[in-house]
Design a protein around this ligand. Sequence first.
Ligand SMILES: Cc1ncc(COP(=O)(O)O)c(C=O)c1O
Length: 403
Amino acid sequence: MPLSDFYSPIAQAMEQNPLRPNWAMQRPGLISLAYGFPDAASFPYQELAAAAARLMADRTADALQYGPVSGPEPLRRFLADWVNTTEGLDVGPDNIMITSGASQGIALAARLLTPPGGTVIVESPTFIGALWFLRGLGIDVAGVATDGQGIVPADLRRVVLGLRRRGADVSLVYTMPTVHNPGGFDAPVERRRELAELAHDLGLLFLEDDAYGDLIYDGERPPALYTLAGRDRVIKLGTLSKLVAGGMRLGWAVADPEDISRMCALKADSATSPFAAWVTAAYLATGALRERLPDLRRMYRARRDVMLEELAPLREVGCRWVVPSGGFFVWLRLPQGFDSEDIRARAEAQGVTYLAGHHCFADGADRRHLRLAFSYLPDDQIREGTRRLTAVLRAELAAAAAG
Ligand SMILES: Cc1ncc(COP(=O)(O)O)c(C=O)c1O
């Protein structure tokens, strides 16, 4: 009998991760716009090597020993100062825990606040990984409408009341009010206030994922939901994946100290790599992030603009998108009746691929969107990949118009 006959019900229910097959698709000549990876050329190679060398020369045992589950104090202190300065929060190191990426933060917060078999509300669309992590915990996900300014409050009320009427245990809302992935929009402060009031009304809690808040290219960073809705309603997540290096697997959660220590109790890996955390803390202590951020923003904004320039002709044939305020993605909508998953095979035959948007919806029903990452490839590849895609989509739309 194969091992698969013994898979748990959760394992059996997990369809294959749609991003994974694309690893194999890094075949020569295929340009992948599927990955939301940071730019590899700008990783701080030398600086991280120097930080590691300093720690090892000083025989810093803490970097090689098992460490506190919440993460090393110097990194938590740095991050508390960082969010206080960049977002006007008012937290200390005890409000911070280091997680293995924001990915683990999503799972920990969900486990803290949702019982097995319970339901978490996610935005339509949402971060594909969140659907993945939540389902992997045996948690149900239910979508709520967004309108380009964040969650639609009336729909949130409708969805929550409907679920509760059917007996669902639902209180947690996973949301990206700042630089939404994949939507690319920011919820304005009025919308955030409205949602905070509604949360109060309905007894809802927010998991605020702010993976891209430091990478806003246009406009101001709106105040955090964590500030507006209050610490007793929000756990806030951040990540160093996009700011330092994804391979470090370092993220953080901001919450009250009691909630942090309960999430530490749920963290089943004895702590995120102390080595990665200490090296990164030593690197950050040099002030490097503040220096590096303007360059990162400039680089990613330029890539976004290359992609938007190449996409422009698609407006004439009915495709739509908003200019993302920051982050890594353009979220493109096809005219009614077109299916991004169907088109993908033909796009791949022309040397370009992307993430079909239905993967970003809890119910998978919306087939009209494409998520296009501009973050990972150099400008010339982004231009060429987007050109290929534009040609494919124009041909698809023209063929449909002809008959
Ligand atoms: C919105 C959002 N949240 C969380 C993550 C997870 O990032 P990590 O686990 O690398 O910190 C990502 C990564 O793409 C993301 O886009």
